[in-house]
Design a protein around this ligand. Structure first.
Ligand code: MF3
Ligand code: CO
Length: 248
């Protein structure tokens, strides 16, 4: 069941989203060679707590950190580590969730560390652009898979592949609500979008195969072929008119 949010609930999610967005913006300055993925996770967690909010991911199914930090071939759910130092040319995806008065916002960005290859830069750019293709269908009357299809076409049209094993989702009092939102599929399927739905749309795009594997830590998902992966996510409200981005 897709939970429709009241204006009051959306206002709390807006407040949460503002903080999530600000943290992701500030991270652009922190991401440098020599910084550890734990430095990034700690920064995110401290900032969330400083705003009187809760780091949504911490303790979620036992997840140990306040952010997911995934480097290069790591797709999502990378666990911050003191020993994992960023190097010039890496790309790093950071996923942040903040809970404010019981309401969650969820967003992710992929950053280049120093100068990155042209191929890496393009992957990051296309992943972000694929989100904005999907966003065009975040409107009353569109069907859910219109979003999925638009994302897939943009990513595959650029020669990249769409991760199947992880999907976007409804978001609200819980981080993961209905519906599931695959980043691939045929248009015109699934529920019709309605005013007051709040969706976390999050393309995860690989340079090589779409297949992923989960490491021994039971969290970190990596590309099966070792190719680079990028992630871009925002929390989006369906309105009468233009969709509202809560985390941008
Ligand atoms: N944004 C991710 C998601 O939508 C983050 C969840 S990570 C977890 O699933 F650690 F909290 F599970
Ligand atoms: Co999410």
């Amino acid at each position: 069941m897709i939970i429709i949010k009241s204006p009051e609930e959306i206002q709390l999610m807006r407040e949460s989203g503002t903080v999530t967005a600000a943290i992701l913006r500030e991270l652009a300055n922190l991401v440098k060679p020599g910084v550890s993925t734990k430095d990034i996770g700690d920064f995110v967690e401290k900032k969330i707590l400083a705003h009187g909010m809760q780091p949504t991911f911490k303790g979620y199914n036992g997840y140990p950190a306040g952010a997911c930090v995934s480097v290069n071939d790591e797709v999502v759910h990378g666990i911050p580590k003191k020993s994992r130092l960023l190097r010039e040319g890496d790309i790093v995806s950071v996923d942040v969730g903040s809970t404010w008065k019981g309401y969650v916002s969820d967003a992710a960005r992929t950053y280049g560390v120093g100068q990155v290859s042209e191929a890496a830069r393009r992957l990051i750019e296309v992943t972000e652009a694929s989100f904005f293709e999907g966003l065009k269908y975040c409107r009353v009357g569109c069907k859910l898979s219109d979003i999925s299809s638009a994302i897939q076409q943009k990513a595959e049209g650029a020669g990249f592949s769409v991760v199947r094993d992880f999907v976007g989702h409804g978001v609200g009092r819980s981080m993961h609500e209905d519906p599931q939102i695959p980043n691939y599929g045929k248009a015109g399927r699934g529920p019709r979008l309605a005013k007051g739905m709040v969706l976390a749309i999050e393309p995860m795009i690989n340079a090589g195969t779409y297949e992923v594997e989960v490491l021994q830590d039971n969290w970190t998902a990596v590309t099966a072929d070792g190719s680079l992966s990028a992630h871009y996510e925002n929390t989006v409200v369906i309105t009468d008119g233009e969709p509202e981005l809560l985390t941008l």
